[in-house]
Design a protein around this ligand. Sequence first.
Ligand SMILES: [Mg+2]
Length: 233
Amino acid sequence: MTGYTTLFLDADGTIFDYDRGEKFAMEKSLQHFSIAGNSGELLELYRRINNSIWGDFEQGKISAEDLKIERFRRFADELRIKFDPVNFSRIYLDYLSQATFLLPGARQVLDQLKNNFTMILLTNGLSGVQRNRVRLAEMEDYFRELVISEEIGVAKPAPGIFAKAWEASGSPPREQVLMVGDSLGSDIKGGVGFGLDTCWLRSEGQEKPLELKPTYIIDQITELPDILEGRIE
Ligand SMILES: [Mg+2]
């Protein structure tokens, strides 16, 4: 057995199938506003804009409140069509908060771990979206607390949000905490920076990072219980 008692789990791309949720919300929103076009291409465009703006958010350059609207303002600009980004954002977030698709095996993993670990959901997502999805997916009982960047005011990898999660988990010795997530830039960098062991959920084709050293690397969340049992080094 490894000596972990506490898990900080990222939400999107680690437990939730965010790509599928985002696709669902975007397709529904485009329909709602009768925006014609190739939905695959529109989604790609939106993802490019959204990734860049979340990068700004993680560096503290834009607030969560502004991010919600600004991404759709840029989306409308690029498409050269007129729609109200405030309204589009409202509809999009409403659909996104209903998107409870989980990654394969995620619920079984949480079921397996819930009795033996204190689990904190530690996410850079938006408050309303994340809380609603956790509730709709009936996942509230797995987590002692949801620690959400929009509520804290700083995002992973900033140490402030890790400190919140750590307090919420009862301030255990840091060597007993494992940060699990799919993002090198926010989950792994932040976890390492806070003095935690980390488990990187790598997506297909991603190379091992040179500058960051995750304690463990897995390709599926279903590998996590074996790591915690000490069966995989
Ligand atoms: Mg993630």
